[in-house]
Design a binder for this molecule. Structure first.
Ligand SMILES: Nc1nc2c(ncn2[C@@H]2O[C@H](COP(=O)(O)OP(=O)(O)OP(=O)(O)O)[C@@H](O)[C@H]2O)c(=O)[nH]1
Ligand SMILES: [Mg+2]
Length: 284
């Protein structure tokens, strides 16, 4: 758990050694609870990546995102609280952390961006005191610094239990879902202002062929004007989006991809229960 942009998803990818979940400098990148599984010789850790905690919700979508945080916390044996080491805002979590019954490990992330060692040391001391925990690890998810230390701590503090998942599975999410997220990741990178927040992506068809996977996806926007922006002049923006998305997906599935993107308007989908259910944000 942590605030938007603290580096939760980057940390999960670094732990897994794979770009499973999407990351971006824009806040509110993660919208769902997404599981990632780390299998070691004698252990299995099941992580839930969660959306960043918001103080208030302007859209129904954000309410469902906070529901995903809550369900993850309710299920967890251990909590990893990821803080931005530059501005840890420890006090903000004091009450919530004290109400949890499971152990909490605090990750003082983005250590590479904190220039002064003394500042970092002070942030660690403050976190230990405010959150009443000995488990504070200074780390950089982006550079992989101290990531194995976090994993070792998690294994040490985890309860013993038979594995939940078989073998080498890295996630129980469908490839369709992961692919739609990767397209959304490229939208976050390539479009400005409200576009990334107004967009949802859904894979409508996935045909696995011998040497190539054919993927058809629809990008939903809230208004007609946004459709024009996503397409760009003469379709130039969506063409670019297709190129970068295809590359991202190919790197992940390690196979050639044919990708076709369509844009549709679903008016005000972020505030509409029926649409949110359709996109998997609300239980059926
Ligand atoms: N320099 C530096 N950047 C980092 C580090 N960890 C994450 N970042 C960057 O911080 C930004 C946010 O990272 P995310 O992993 O998407 O953050 P998040 O907490 O999952 O954000 P939400 O999903 O919006 O809640 C990205 O641009 C990352 O590259 C780090 O240790 N050092
Ligand atoms: Mg995230």
């Amino acid at each position: 758990m942590g605030l938007p942009n603290a580096g939760k998803s980057t940390l999960l990818n670094s732990i897994l050694g794979e770009d499973l979940v999407i990351t971006n400098p824009k806040a509110q990148t993660t919208r769902h609870r997404i599981k990632g599984i780390l299998n070691n010789e004698n252990s299995q850790l099941v992580f839930s990546d969660t959306p960043g905690i918001l103080e208030s919700s302007a859209y129904k979508l954000q309410e469902t995102m906070m529901g995903a945080v809550k369900s993850s916390l309710d299920d967890a044996d251990l909590i990893l609280l990821v803080l931005d080491g530059q501005y840890p805002k420890t006090e903000q979590f004091k009450e919530q952390i004290s109400s949890l019954s499971c152990p909490v490990i605090v990750v003082m992330n983005k250590a590479d961006l904190v220039e002064n060692q003394e500042t970092l040391n002070n942030h660690v001391l403050e976190a230990k005191k405010a959150l009443n925990t000995e488990h504070v690890v200074v780390a950089s998810a982006k550079e992989g610094f101290n990531v194995s230390k976090i994993v070792n701590k998690l294994i040490e503090l985890s309860p013993e239990h038979p594995p939940f998942y078989d073998g080498d599975l890295v996630s129980d999410e469908s490839v369709r879902f992961l692919v739609s997220e990767m397209i959304r990741e490229q939208i976050l990178s390539q479009y400005k202002k409200e576009i990334p927040y107004s967009v949802e992506v859904s894979v409508t068809n996935y045909n696995e062929k011998k040497n190539i996977d054919e993927i058809y996806a629809t990008i939903y926007v809230e208004r007609e004007s946004q459709k024009g922006i996503v397409l760009g002049k003469g379709g130039s923006a969506i063409k670019n989006l297709g190129i970068f998305s295809r590359k991202r997906i190919e790197d992940f599935i390690k196979k050639k991809v044919f990708l076709s993107l369509t844009v549709k308007v679903k008016k005000d989908w972020r505030s509409d229960d029926q649409q949110l259910r359709y996109f998997g944000y609300l239980k059926k």
